[in-house]
Design a protein. Structure first.
Length: 300
């Protein structure tokens, strides 16, 4: 997804959040004029505010990963000493692309607090979520530092090497979500929503396998990134205060990167991870509290 499209989606989500939050707060302090003409004596009352808890599954999209590779290229200067000298090694950029990237799926847990409509109109909430450890793998450009200075000049092509990249990520999210409840259909209330917030990524140490020139591990790092989401689902009122919530969410959690210092103290390029996103399904419960006051007829 391009940065322009991301900006447009984020701006739309922010506009919806600001508009919806204003209407949700207004709804908490009184019913609309239209609603006052449709009192219901059958539907149980629930308070306008609630706490919620959710558990679900996060299916990761494969992110875009970059790690610059600069190789040492040997060129004999013809001095005939058969020893590699510093002027015979040239650093050459190969690529920063990491191919065949895969990011594992994981579980998620989330909790929050919200207020708003009971069956139609807007409601807003704030949630704190956690996504478990996801293994990240990929294949960077082949790293070959060339023959060591002071060593013998190479007599032929080297042995092809393999150097897969490995690390893992855990993510915390803090989101402001807004929803449009679409009406009460025999206790089923479908909804759509959007959210904006922050994602905190913990990237573990990066290590490589299969290449004797890459035995050191690069330190991990913690990064904070902008996050946004789009949601849809349905709530089902199972008691006068509890609502079972089943939902789908697409969430873009931005980017993260590793540190730069490896276990031998050398400075390396950071491994950059972009477009960390997932398709998620959640099952949870919203428990309402407070005095609902007037209740309203199901929206037809």
């Amino acid at each position: 997804m391009t940065n322009v499209l991301k900006a447009q989606v984020a701006a739309a989500a922010l506009a919806l959040a600001l508009t919806a939050t204003t209407q949700a707060v207004a709804a908490d302090f009184g019913a609309s004029i239209k609603d006052n003409y449709a009192p219901s004596y059958a539907s149980p009352a629930v308070g306008p505010c609630y706490v919620r808890g959710d558990f679900g599954y996060s299916a990761s999209q494969d992110p875009d990963v970059k790690w610059p590779v600069n190789n040492g290229v040997f060129a004999d200067n013809g001095n005939g000493d058969a020893i590699v000298t510093s002027d015979e090694i040239t650093s050459t950029f190969v690529t920063d692309a990491v191919s065949n990237v895969s990011l594992d799926n994981t579980w998620l847990a989330e909790g929050g607090l919200g207020c708003g409509s009971g069956s139609r109109g807007f409601r807003g909430e704030i949630t704190l979520g956690y996504r478990g450890d996801r293994e990240l793998e990929g294949e960077p450009g082949l790293y070959d530092p060339g023959p060591p200075v002071g060593g013998p000049e190479p007599g032929g092509p080297g042995i092809p090497l393999d150097d897969p990249l490995h690390t893992s990520i855990q993510t915390y999210t803090l989101m402001l979500n807004v929803y449009k409840d679409l009406g009460n259909y025999n206790r089923f209330v479908p909804y759509i929503g959007a959210g904006i917030g922050l994602a905190v990524h913990d990237v573990e140490e990066v290590y490589f396998t299969g290449n004797p020139a890459l035995t050191n591990r690069i330190e991990g790092d913690r990064d904070v990134s902008f996050a946004w989401s789009l949601m849809a689902g349905v709530g089902y009122q199972i008691s006068d205060r509890a609502i079972l919530d089943v939902g789908y969410r697409y969430i873009d959690m931005g980017s993260a990167q590793s540190g730069r210092v490896d276990t031998a103290g050398f400075t390396n390029p950071a491994v950059k991870i972009d477009d960390i996103a997932a398709h998620e399904v959640k099952l949870g419960v919203r428990y309402h509290f407070g005095d609902a006051g007037q209740t309203y007829a199901p929206y037809k």
